[in-house]
Design a protein around this ligand. Structure first.
Ligand SMILES: C[S@@+](CC[C@H](N)C(=O)[O-])C[C@H]1O[C@@H](n2cnc3c(N)ncnc32)[C@H](O)[C@@H]1O
Length: 415
């Protein structure tokens, strides 16, 4: 018997779903709007693929492509994609009302960026439509547990205003009460904190807001698990952070010294791996990476050197990563946060620790703890997007396998 039934909203390519399955849950439904992400989800997680390896499973044949914005989005995501409610989810995945034990939700975060949303907004109306839509879904099913993931800025966004997003979220969740319950016995208690996934055994220092909501409990009764790993564990029983280099070394059959433009297909002595493909960088880009490596690990290290002409080029080429653009990853540490541009060196510290090229989609997926066999989209932009968007499966597994089982089934037993 699995630990409980999960519906994964905003499921992407299935990072969180895989984590739940690894922790012993049955994922009974998953919804997203992104076609490439859903193809990846289906190819890897559906059709009983996980059953041999894990106690849990994904028990449906295909995820649902739908708009979870519930019509709050103006304009809607795409007129051709249906906007749905929880009844539609039940119908598609053949679920009964109240059957779901856990809703997992990672509503995307663009509105929480510190640069957006400086306007005041009414206390009971968060500006972020997908957050509002997410609460509506929870209200329609009222599962025992809600697992929530978001960017860390959501913790402070709106600080100077009548309410913050998380205030609104926790208050709304407390007000959700099942028909036969009272306000005192119902509602969700929560532990909402910024966690660093490196402290939970992921080779990536990804700081995210994680919320664990449990129905019928007070906030004091709910707590996210303690870290299992540390940079310097000292005398504690924690393990040491996992590093980039050790992650690559441990990946079975991964060609380590791939150069710019090379891919691991038809390479003697190695199994084919289409996702282990390095971008074909222009020569000036390779020269810039080489110069940065000669003087340090960042374009700033070129200042005052005879290679400083590369600084101007770096600035001209920067697409996103600003100060960290073209930075070289430290192989002895967990990776920095991987973004949706994590194989593009101009967008962050995404240059390979020892090679003058960006990470391959496979390397990025390994740093996100996707398994070695996980298939990725053939297009680079889709591959880096679905990987950079994911919740690391091993992080979800670690957190969810430590939540006491009493929380899932017996609503009156202490948490
Ligand atoms: C942070 S990612 C989720 C990652 C996923 N939980 C995982 O672990 O791999 C957010 C997802 O929300 C999806 N999304 C954005 N707007 C949406 C909408 N209106 N309806 C449904 N999905 C949406 C995006 O396509 C993206 O896959």
């Amino acid at each position: 018997m699995t630990k409980g039934k999960v519906v994964d909203l905003f499921c992407g390519a299935g990072g969180a779903s895989l984590g739940f399955a690894k922790a012993g849950f049955e994922v009974v439904g998953a919804v997203d709007v992104d076609e490439r992400a859903l193809e990846t989800y289906e190819a890897n997680l559906c059709g009983g693929n996980l059953l041999d390896e894990h106690e849990g499973e994904v028990s449906f044949d295909e995820p649902l492509r739908a708009d979870l914005g519930r019509g709050y989005e103006e304009p809607p995501t795409d007129d051709d994609i249906p906007t749905i409610d929880f009844d539609d989810i039940r119908e598609f995945f053949d679920l009964d009302e109240g059957e779901v034990d856990v809703i997992c939700g990672c509503p995307p975060c663009q509105n929480f960026s510190s640069l957006r949303d400086t306007e005041p907004w009414p206390e009971d109306q968060p500006k972020d439509n997908l957050l509002r839509a997410f609460v509506d879904f929870v209200e329609e099913e009222v599962p025992n547990i809600v697992f929530f993931e978001n960017v860390r800025n959501i913790m402070t966004a709106g600080d100077d205003e009548p309410t913050t997003y998380v205030d609104w979220l926790t208050r709304s969740m407390k007000n959700i009460v099942r028909d036969h319950d009272s306000q005192e016995s119902g509602g969700y208690g929560v532990d909402l904190s910024v966690l660093n996934t490196a402290n939970y055994g992921v080779p990536q220092r990804r700081k995210r807001t994680i919320g664990l909501f449990v129905y019928g409990r007070s906030d004091e009764e709910v707590s996210l698990p303690e870290p299992t790993h540390a940079r310097d564990p000292g005398e504690s029983d924690k393990k040491e952070w996992k590093s980039v280099s050790e992650t690559f070394r441990r990946a079975e059959g991964l060609k380590m010294n791939l150069e710019s433009g090379e891919r691991q297909v038809g390479v003697e002595g190695y199994p084919d791996d289409k996702a282990h493909r390095a971008r074909n960088h222009r020569q000036p880009t390779i020269d810039r990476m080489r110069a940065i490596r000669r003087h340090g690990d960042s374009w700033r290290d070129l200042e005052g050197t005879d290679d400083d002409h590369h600084i101007v080029d770096a600035h001209n080429d920067v697409e996103g990563g600003a100060g960290s653009a073209y930075g070289i990853m430290d192989g002895e540490l967990p990776a920095p946060t991987l973004t949706t541009r994590c194989t593009t060196p101009s967008c962050g510290r995404f240059t390979h620790p020892t090679k003058n090229r960006g990470l391959t989609p496979r390397e990025a997926a390994l740093l996100m703890t996707f398994p070695r066999w996980f298939e990725l989209p053939a297009q680079n932009d889709a591959a880096e997007r679905v990987v950079g968007n994911a919740v690391p499966p091993d992080f979800v597994e670690t957190v969810m396998s430590r939540v006491p089982e009493s929380a899932f089934r017996q609503k009156t037993v202490g948490f």
